[in-house]
Design a protein around this ligand. Structure first.
Ligand code: SF4
Length: 434
């Protein structure tokens, strides 16, 4: 058993099993044999990236689930206990199930998300798993066996119809899970219809993937590797950008020669690879790790794109890095890179109103503040808007912050009336709109 190979005691192994009843666990031979340093496990960052940690969930929950496992509780009882814990873990952050759900002629479209005007997210049914699962995964709800939590569709016809009615959409992000878990024939069924000349407003197709890290043979030696690359070439030949949004969490993932070959083959089709990852405590909360990743990625021909803040879902409390520290790490890493690496943005929160970047910490009029900026926004008028929040060294997410120099944040609606005044009363006092 691999947790025994990592040197865990029987109690710790039971706790890992307890955590894995709530959050998904999966690994593969490539990760186990090529990426994990077993001499350093269980502290090895790649081990921690894939294997659940005994203390990732509240101690009381872990103990309760461990007792059920140890006592041989029936599956139904275990499932109910796991479900109860999951419901406390904010399975769908940033209001994505309610606020981003599009419809076509009054019919809701499950498996599509439309948050920003120019980009539609598509969740193909067969792509809602990954080659291995990251312990910090913000999409964990896709992988637990709870259909009502899952976003997925195999109806590409509806996607095409929706795009035809939305000329403002210039980019489709095919996401998961990991769409590159799908074989070429299935992937083609989803991508080919998007190349129709009637969808000329579609400028780019993006594929969110961690396959370059967890299974690079997908692009080199897998039986359909060549056919997949031909499909990528067809997207490029259609006059659109094909961008692989590649997820790399640690510099070690960039070391295998097989990855180098995969990157060369993909970029050889004309596709581009942009890289991104969240900043995660105990896995990559170190400026040197990010500096090495960005420099190596550029050397290999990839484009650094985002450092994210761990989202407010799942085991976030365990992996979160405070915003103040996140900014320090970003800045220190960024300082040691050439201009070609500075395409990277962050640290950024994918929050309900949009993507909010922590640009810095400053003192203004004697008050210490975070300097924040909306790099993407549900309301397009807010894109690029800078704003301030009171400095809080412990804050880990946007909702932990209080506005500075303003009664509210720019994305918050102005209240119609001050508390204590009733609309329609003669002394009603309206606040000025901002
Ligand atoms: S690759 Fe992405 S979707 Fe898959 S487990 Fe990791 S974070 Fe989650």
């Amino acid at each position: 058993m691999l947790t025994a190979r990592a040197g865990l005691s029987p109690d710790e192994r039971l706790a890992v099993r307890a955590v894995a009843t709530v959050l998904p666990f999966r690994t593969n031979s490539y990760v186990v044999e090529n990426l994990i340093d077993w001499d350093a496990a269980p502290d090895d960052p790649i081990y921690r990236l894939v294997f659940p940690q005994p203390d990732m969930l509240p101690a009381g929950d872990v103990r309760r689930l461990a007792d059920l496992l140890e006592g041989g509780a029936p599956q139904q009882q275990l499932r109910a206990a796991a479900h109860e814990v999951r419901m406390r873990l904010n399975p769908h952050p940033a209001g994505q199930l309610l606020l981003n759900a599009p419809s076509l002629h009054g019919r809701p479209l499950p498996g599509l998300q439309h948050k920003y005007p120019e980009t539609v997210l598509f969740f193909p049914r067969q792509g809602q798993t990954c080659h291995a699962y990251c312990t910090y995964c913000f999409r964990w709800a896709q992988f637990v066996d709870e259909p009502e939590l899952k976003m997925a569709t195999d109806d590409v016809g509806t996607l095409v119809a929706y795009l035809a009615e939305h000329p403002e959409v210039t980019s489709v992000l095919i996401t998961g899970g990991d769409p590159m878990i799908m074989g070429e024939a299935v992937l083609r069924r989803y991508i080919e219809p998007l190349l129709d000349p009637s969808l000329d407003h579609l400028e780019s197709i993006r594929i969110g993937t961690k396959s370059l890290s967890y299974w690079p043979q997908r692009f080199v030696t897998d039986p359909d590797a060549d056919a997949t690359l031909r499909l990528f070439g067809e997207v490029v030949d259609s006059g659109r950008t094909l961008a692989l949004m590649a997820h790399f969490s640690h510099p070690r993932e960039l070391e295998p020669l097989l990855l180098d070959q995969a990157v060369r083959r993909i970029t050889g089709t004309g596709a581009v690879i942009r890289t991104q990852a969240p900043l995660i405590r105990t896995i990559n909360d170190d400026p040197a790790a990010w500096r090495t990743m960005w420099r190596t990625q550029v050397r290999m021909g990839m484009i650094p794109y985002y450092m994210f803040i761990e989202r407010d879902t799942g085991p976030k409390d365990y992996f979160a890095v405070p915003l103040a520290r996140a900014h320090e790490i970003f800045r220190e890493a960024y300082r040691g890179t050439s201009g070609l690496c500075r395409t990277v943005r962050g640290p950024s929160m994918s929050a309900t109103p949009g993507k909010v970047c922590v640009d810095g910490v400053a003192e203004v009029a004697g008050i210490k503040v975070f300097v924040l900026r909306m790099i993407q926004a549900r309301d397009p008028q807010l894109v690029g808007t800078p704003f301030f929040a009171r400095f809080d060294p412990a804050a880990t997410w946007l909702t932990d912050l209080e506005p500075a120099f303003a009664p509210r944040f720019p994305y918050e609606p102005a209240p119609d009336v001050l508390p204590g005044f009733w609309p329609g009363e003669p002394d009603e006092l309206m606040l000025p709109a901002i």
